[in-house]
Design a protein around this ligand. Structure first.
Ligand SMILES: [Zn+2]
Length: 389
């Protein structure tokens, strides 16, 4: 019986073997035909990629040029000539071809006894659409007054050129904003914050511009469904990890962006790995219950010129700009096409690390007090028993 079965199997295998040969020759034939179709340069670029990247509108060279212009203005700390020039650049870039509605939100803050003019720049595309859930794309455009982390102590009162920390976010957003309008997407605003990066200098705090915006634009915030912040998005070999606050309060949004990066073979930039909490311009939005994520470089494992005089153009890489630009161009188109993904995106009550620490600390303190008073009560009970006996 066993032998007979084996024989049957052998008999069945013979035609399969022939079929394999036929398939092999067919494959050889079809690949030789493919060889005749010489791929264009763009197609060579995407060998191995699941998506054909040559269809993208985002132009990383344009983003680079805008970064270069900002750096050439010199220091762009609040109240400087450089930051005034940057404001004009932002307005000119958005109004040169089509007329964006640009709202300069002015306010002042004392710095060294003097009032400093601060300006958040809120930009609405033409035909801004409030009827559909709208979103924000954000970056800070100031640079740090002092290079407080410079390796040379003598240079720690020099200004930071801010090619990556400041200019890169602005460069990408200006290009991305124009691209989205070309796709007919109009339910978003670009916001450029002043005074993000002066924390610890002459008594200033971080996030001054974004905090002011969130505290003063209550009615505008009602219509905002979600927000994406870009900060330090142009460095060579940048790595963007899942910032903890973003992951905790806007996981669905974070997943959408990181998944799209993976689809485009950019997982070497958008690392699918939990990271620490970063204090950045998305935090005031989270505190207001608005889902917001921060795309920010984790440079801890490599050379970084953060808050030094070396944060200049040599540190900026067009490939990184392209990775961020392509990922957002692709992801944002999908995010606005369907709002189903937003089911998992809800407003929430933000609980800061400070609150968690205070609450946990209080619970521990109370339980210790209760425990020790219980011990005391038992001791008194014991001594009463002894006295009574
Ligand atoms: Zn900074």
């Amino acid at each position: 019986m066993q032998n007979g079965k084996n024989l049957k199997r052998k008999e069945k295998k013979i035609p399969h073997h022939n079929l394999d040969r036929v398939l092999f020759f067919l494959l050889l034939f079809s690949s030789s035909i493919n060889l005749l179709h010489l791929p264009s340069h763009a197609e060579f670029d995407c060998v191995g990629a699941s998506v054909q990247k040559f269809n993208f509108k985002f132009n990383a060279s344009n983003a680079y040029e805008t970064i270069k212009k900002q750096v050439n203005y010199g220091a762009r700390y609040p109240g400087s000539l450089g930051i005034e020039k940057t404001r004009k650049l932002i307005a000119n870039e958005l109004q040169s071809s089509i007329n964006w509605d640009i709202n300069f939100q002015n306010f002042t803050k004392k710095w060294n006894e003097e009032d400093v003019k601060l300006v958040n720049i809120i930009c609405q595309p033409p035909n801004f659409d409030v009827s559909t859930p709208n979103f924000l794309l954000m970056a800070h455009y100031d640079t740090r007054l002092w290079a407080t982390s410079d390796p040379d102590p003598e240079r720690r009162r020099d200004s930071v050129p801010g090619a990556n920390d400041g200019a890169s976010g602005v460069g990408i957003l200006l290009e991305l904003g124009k691209v989205l309008v070309e796709y007919g997407i109009t339910n978003f605003r670009l916001i450029f914050f002043d005074a993000e990066d002066q924390g610890g200098i002459l008594g200033w705090d971080w996030l001054v511009g974004s905090r002011y915006y969130v505290s003063s634009k209550d009615s505008e915030l009602q219509d905002i469904s979600w927000a994406i912040l870009l900060d330090m998005v142009g460095a060579i070999n940048a790595t963007f990890k899942r910032e903890r606050n973003s992951d905790m309060y806007a996981k669905v949004l974070l997943d959408q962006i990181w998944d799209e990066a993976a689809n485009l073979n950019y997982s070497n930039y958008f690392i699918n790995e939990s990271w620490k909490t970063i204090l950045d311009d998305h935090v005031p939005f989270l505190q207001a219950g608005i889902p917001a994520i921060d795309i920010i470089d984790d440079f801890s494992s490599r050379y970084n010129p953060w808050h030094t005089t070396y944060d200049n153009l040599t540190y900026i890489d067009v490939d990184t700009l392209e990775a961020v630009g392509y990922t957002l161009e692709s992801a944002l188109q999908k995010l606005v096409q369907s709002t189903d993904w937003m089911n998992g995106l809800t407003r929430f009550n933000y609980v800061s690390k400070f609150t968690i620490t205070v609450v946990l600390g209080s619970i521990i303190m109370i339980s210790l007090i209760v425990r020790s008073s219980g011990k005391d009560a038992r001791k008194i009970g014991k001594s009463n028993k002894i006295n009574n006996s």
